[in-house]
Design a protein around this ligand. Structure first.
Ligand code: ATP
Length: 453
C-alpha cells in the first residue's frame, strides 16, 4: 500500500480553510464536538446522500422512502430497548479525573504524561463501571412534568418500524421490501471526537429490509455485498475498506449477526456502517408494547409471519469524512506542492469551473455565457480572480474534476480548453460540445488515481 500523506489534522484544516466544515458556535468559543457544514460541505454531503437514495430508490424497485419525526412517542424507546439498554458502562479515574468507556479502556489515553492508558499503572484509581443513558431527554409543552418527557431519537430506524403497517396497508408491500430514510440522530456520546466521526448530533442513512424469516441470512449476505460495493463504486480504495464480522459478545441486544463496513481512517480501522440481522426483535417488541399486529398476512394463501429485518445503517457524516480522507492527496506541479481532492466526479461539490484567462477583451462575458448554459445541467463555479494557476489550485483543493478556460482563441473559433484535475490533461473543445462531453465524463466509470495499477 502506498504511504498516504493524509492526516486528520490536514482534513480538519482543509475543511475549515475552504468552507466544508466549521466548528460550531465558534464566536462563543465553540461547543465540543458540534460541527456546521459550510457551502462545499453541504454540496458534498448532499451528493453522498443523493447517491445513497439513488442506489436504493432509483436503481432498485424493492425499496421505498420515509421521513419520520425526530420526536416519537416515548414508549417507542421502552419497546426498542433503548431506555433500558442504550447505555455504555463508564468508569471515572479519580487520579486524572477523566471518564472512559469501560469496554474501551485500551483505546483511551489517560490524562497523565507521558501518555498512559487508564488502569495501566498503580496510580490509576478507577471507579466501578456505571451506566449512563445516551439519549437526550427533553419535554413536550412548556410545563415540565413527568408526563411530558420525550427523547430525541438516537437512531432513525425506530421511525421505520412505527410506520411498517402503513406500507403494508397503503403501499401493498410484500416482503422482501425495504424502507429507507435519512435524518438526524442524537446521542449523548461519552467520548465524542475525531472531527465529524463521532458527534452528539449526526445524520444517519438507514434502511430496514423486511424479509421472510427463512431468507434472512441470504439477504444479509446480499446487503453486505451491496453496501461494500457502493463505497468502492464511489471511489473508496478497496484496500482501505473491509467487512468485519462482530464477535458474539459485541452483538447488540437485537442482533443475531452484524458485520461492519470499516474504513482505514487516519485514526485506524473504524466503523463506517453496520449491517445487522435484527431478526423479528423490533416488530415483535412494538407489537407487544402497542397491542397492534405487526405481521405480514398473505391474503391468498393465508400465510402469516413477522418478517425478519436486515438493516444497513450508515452515517452520512462518517461517509463524507471517509470520502474526504480517501480523496485527499498532495503532488508537485512546477515545483509547488498542490493539495488536491481526488473525489469521484459524482461526489465532487462543483463539477466544473469556468475561468476567463484574462479579465478583459470580452473573455469574462463569453465565460459567463458558458457558465449560464452549463448551470442548467450541473454545479458550476465561475472564477475570474487572480492568476490562472492559482485559480486551478483553488478548484483542485475542493475537488472540482474539470476546468474550462476561455482565452483569446475562444473569441475567434468558439473553442475552450478543458482541463482534467487528475491527469492535468488539457484538450481543446468546441463550446457547443461542452455540456454533452461533461455529462459523458460524469457518467463514466471512475477509479481513484491514488490506486497504483
Ligand atoms: P460506534 O460503535 O462507532 O459508536 P455504533 O455501532 O453505535 O457506532 P450504529 O448504532 O450502528 O453505530 O449506527 C449506525 C451508523 O451511524 C454508524 O455506523 C455510524 O456511521 C453512524 N454513527 C453512529 N454514531 C455516530 C456518531 N456519534 N457520530 C457520527 N456518526 C455516527
Amino acid at each position: 500500500m502506498a504511504t498516504d500523506v493524509v492526516t486528520m489534522e490536514k482534513i480538519v484544516s482543509l475543511c475549515k480553510r475552504r468552507g466544508f466544515i466549521f466548528p460550531s458556535s465558534e464566536i462563543y468559543g465553540g461547543i465540543g464536538s458540534s460541527y456546521d457544514y459550510g457551502h462545499y460541505g453541504v454540496l458534498l454531503k448532499n451528493n453522498v446522500k443523493a447517491q445513497w437514495w439513488r442506489s436504493l430508490l432509483q436503481e432498485r424497485d424493492d425499496v421505498v422512502a420515509l421521513d419520520s419525526a425526530i420526536i416519537q412517542h416515548p414508549r417507542t424507546w421502552e419497546a426498542s430497548g433503548h431506555l433500558a439498554g442504550f447505555t455504555d458502562p463508564l468508569v471515572d479515574c479519580r487520579t486524572c479525573k477523566l471518564r472512559f468507556r469501560a469496554d474501551k479502556l485500551e483505546d483511551g489515553a489517560c490524562g497523565r504524561k507521558p501518555s498512559k492508558r487508564p488502569g495501566e499503572t498503580s496510580e490509576c484509581d478507577l471507579t466501578e463501571p456505571r451506566n449512563f443513558n445516551l439519549m437526550f431527554q427533553t419535554t413536550v409543552g412548556p410545563v415540565q412534568d413527568e408526563g411530558s418527557v420525550v427523547f430525541l431519537r438516537p437512531e432513525t430506524a425506530q421511525g421505520i418500524f412505527l410506520n411498517f403497517k402503513h406500507y403494508l396497508q397503503f403501499a401493498r408491500k410484500k416482503p422482501p421490501f425495504g424502507i429507507a430514510q435519512i435524518g438526524k440522530s442524537f446521542r449523548n456520546e461519552i467520548t465524542p471526537g475525531n472531527f465529524v466521526f463521532r458527534m452528539r448530533e449526526f445524520e444517519q442513512m438507514e434502511m430496514e429490509f423486511f424479509v421472510p424469516p427463512q431468507d434472512a441470512q441470504r439477504w444479509h449476505e446480499h446487503w453486505l455485498k451491496e453496501r461494500y460495493d457502493w463505497y468502492v463504486n464511489l471511489g473508496i480504495r478497496a484496500d482501505h475498506l473491509r467487512l468485519r464480522e462482530h464477535e458474539q459478545d459485541e452483538l447488540s441486544h437485537y442482533s443475531s449477526a452484524t458485520s461492519d463496513v470499516e474504513y482505514l481512517y487516519p485514526i485506524g480501522w473504524q466503523e463506517l456502517e453496520g449491517i445487522a440481522n435484527r431478526g423479528d426483535f423490533d416488530l415483535s417488541q412494538h407489537a407487544q408494547h402497542s397491542g397492534q399486529k405487526l405481521e405480514y398476512v398473505d391474503t391468498v394463501t393465508g400465510e402469516r409471519y413477522i418478517p425478519y429485518v436486515i438493516e444497513p445503517a450508515a452515517g452520512a457524516d462518517r461517509a463524507t469524512l471517509a470520502f474526504l480522507v480517501d480523496a485527499y492527496d498532495e503532488d508537485e506541479i512546477e515545483g509547488e506542492t498542490r493539495t488536491v481532492l481526488r473525489l469521484h466526479p459524482q461526489l465532487a461539490p462543483v463539477k466544473v469551473a469556468v475561468l476567463p484567462l484574462v479579465k478583459k477583451d470580452g473573455q469574462p462575458e463569453l465565460a459567463r455565457e458558458i457558465e449560464r448554459e452549463l448551470r442548467e445541467r450541473m454545479q458550476v463555479e465561475y472564477d475570474e480572480g487572480g492568476a490562472i494557476g492559482r485559480r486551478y489550485r483553488r478548484q483542485d483543493e475542493i475537488g472540482t474534476p474539470w476546468a474550462i478556460t476561455v482565452d483569446h482563441q475562444t473569441l475567434e473559433d468558439r473553442t475552450v480548453t478543458l482541463r482534467d484535475r487528475d491527469s492535468l490533461e488539457q484538450v481543446r473543445i468546441g463550446i457547443d460540445e461542452l455540456a454533452d462531453e461533461l455529462e459523458r465524463r460524469l457518467r463514466a466509470p471512475w477509479r481513484s488515481p491514488k490506486l497504483s495499477d
